[in-house]
Design a protein. Sequence first.
Length: 459
Amino acid sequence: MAATQRIVIENCSIATVDANDTEYASGHLVIAGNRIEALGAGKAPEGLENVVRRIDATGHLVTPGLINTHHHFYQWITRGLATDHNLFNWLVALYPTWARIDEPMVYAAAQGSLAMMARGGVTTAMDHHYVYPQGSGDLSGAIIRAARETGVRFTLARGSMDRSEKDGGLPPDFAVETLQGALSATEQTVKEHHDASFDAMTQVAVAPCSPFSVSTELLRQGAELARRLGVRLHTHGSETVEEEKFCHELFGMGPTDYFESTGWLGEDVWMAHCVHMNDSDIAAFGRTRTGVAHCPSSNARLAAGIARVPDMLAAGVPVGLGVDGTASNESGELHTELRNALLINRLGAHREAALGARQALRLGTHGGAQVLGRAAETGSLEPGKLADLVLWKLDTLAHASIADPVTALVFGAAAPVTASFVNGRQIVENGRLLTVDEDAIARSTRDEAQRLARIAAQS
């Protein structure tokens, strides 16, 4: 490592979120290239070579970068609509508009979604994109391009739908793909964009949308495709009581049993929401190590319910946090989900014992890395792992009187991000992105939102 450029961060609190929850009240961290080389209590060792930058992080907490495990970027340009609807009515209201998206809209929406997350401490993002209207352009390529420009680590969950209105589904007929068309396009996306290397910046998962909008064959063959290609699987699961009723009426079983019958339980699978799960469902997820993307703000916004996160964790279910689409979580920020996950779960059966500050931070970091299959590379601060980390400023009015920094981060107001590093590269400084023009993105997202609204109104 002698020839590798180093960045030294000192005088900060550190929450490593490693297996032992190691923390340092005042410590140091050394970045060498794109890896964490060393960390510990006190000052960094003397005599380090090729130190190109030293950061005095007094008043800061350093944590692993936040990891978002469920999102729909395209919804950035349909925020603030159907604000008093439950999930089913919300989908009915918005699908006719979503069916009109095209490549420039999706690119602008991805830029907006990524920028908002990155400036708030997200270093690994994912997008579950499943709306591919006929003739809409290269939507997957546009999303990946936006992520590359923003500088975040990224998983594209290449979604699909083949159950339209004529088949009893919700999407308009022209907004879905055929079974073979969806499988072929998904395989092509994996082959073009998935990187399986340790420090990969772009990965792809196979992600049919939900039981409401995909056929049993698309689920079954999608699982076979993912395992043949060696990539992960993602979908929505057990989000609402309506989904439970739908699965019983159509398939004669609940969502979890239905997913298991189609090959959709396993350590290479993660599902969004999982709000309405009984003890048997949770045990099945724990037994198979099927992951969950917990989206507390979206679940509350759509009145879907409270996911049983404490019971999932007790059963050994990997759980991460998700923003979900910004048409059901208009803030689009993941760091607020740390607080919301803790507070909302305390409204459930476990009350004040549901989650603590450190459990919430683990959900947003190491838990997310588990869910995305990247816990060996990121999600905790350990020597040899990728240098994906955040410096949170906790010495201002909002947090200075809270003695414990992790409590300040989770229970307090959204903390400012002084610096965020991805793969050893700084992408945020003092709350502003260094990689893209936030103001230009704001203008383009407004313009594309207005263009979409006009097209939808004319249709």
